[in-house]
Design a protein around this ligand. Structure first.
Ligand code: PEP
Length: 254
């Protein structure tokens, strides 16, 4: 899928009842129409809002995504959502391997890889999250963790067109803390080189940074050469902040 830079993706997590979610989506759509800007905008609302939001987003150019998918396409998996169901409802992408799944639900690289492959089989762009925990960072193991997670969770059919990798340090998610610009730059440069070795044409893969991105730091982060966009959690629940982050990305890409 062609993704113009900056790619700004909102992860609403488990937030939003129908009226709030629709109102937020309508504000994002209105801001996008007013701005007529380049780049790519996407939102991943909770599964309960995918159908109503698919209808609202139709024709807006804003991508709709799921926050997770099952490794199997269908079957006796109570509570799970298959990637074909996401595609069927109008999703263009799916997040897999988010730290709240890896660490909160015990998902390992093998399962994340199976989910990514399921996303691809359904024709979805897969946003694969990787990132170290705070103890791993303190032990100086960030690069080792990234290498391990990339090697273990990249699906075999990954290409620069069907996969995006998001570097999300676990300790930066929802905490208001971010790595330094130099640390993000070196993690992304390392991932780009590693992906070039692991995937045919992999050095062209789009790389996102995620973890406490706000309007105040978004421009600085998206000005880093190997950062193609951002994955935004908390700030994506506020249409004004989400728009300010997108605008900062536009200026950084200009
Ligand atoms: C996320 O959940 O992917 C995320 C980056 O969250 P936050 O922006 O709130 O840190």
């Amino acid at each position: 899928m062609p993704l113009a830079k900056p790619f700004v993706l909102g992860n609403w997590k488990m937030n939003g009842l129908r009226a709030d979610g629709e109102a937020l989506a309508l504000r994002i759509i209105e801001q996008q129409r007013r701005g007529e800007r380049g780049g790519t905008l996407g939102i991943c609302p909770p599964a309960t809002l995918l159908a109503p939001l698919a209808a609202l987003l139709d024709g807006s150019g804003i991508l709709l995504g799921g926050q997770d998918c099952a490794p199997a396409p269908a079957g006796a998996f109570t509570g799970d959502i298959g990637a074909p169901m996401l595609a069927d409802i109008g999703c263009r992408l799916v997040i897999v391997g988010h730290s709240e799944r890896r660490h909160g639900h015990g998902e390992d690289d093998r399962l994340v890889r199976a989910k990514a492959a399921a996303g691809h089989a359904a024709g979805l762009l897969v946003v694969l999250c990787v990132g170290e925990t705070e103890p791993e960072r303190e032990a100086g193991a960030t690069i080792d963790v990234l290498d391990r997670q990339l090697a273990g969770s990249l699906p075999e059919d990954a290409t620069a067109e069907n996969l995006v990798v998001a570097y999300e340090p676990v300790w930066a998610i929802g905490t208001g803390r971010t790595p330094s610009v130099a640390d993000i730059a070196s993690a992304h440069a390392h991932m780009r080189a590693r992906l070039g070795a692991l995937v045919d044409g992999g050095s062209a893969l789009r790389l996102l940074y995620g973890g406490s991105v706000k309007p105040a730091n978004a421009g600085q982060i998206m000005a880093i050469p190997d950062v193609d966009g951002v994955l935004v959690g908390g700030a994506s629940l506020d249409a004004g902040q989400f728009d300010a982050i997108y605008s900062a990305g536009q200026r950084a890409a200009a």
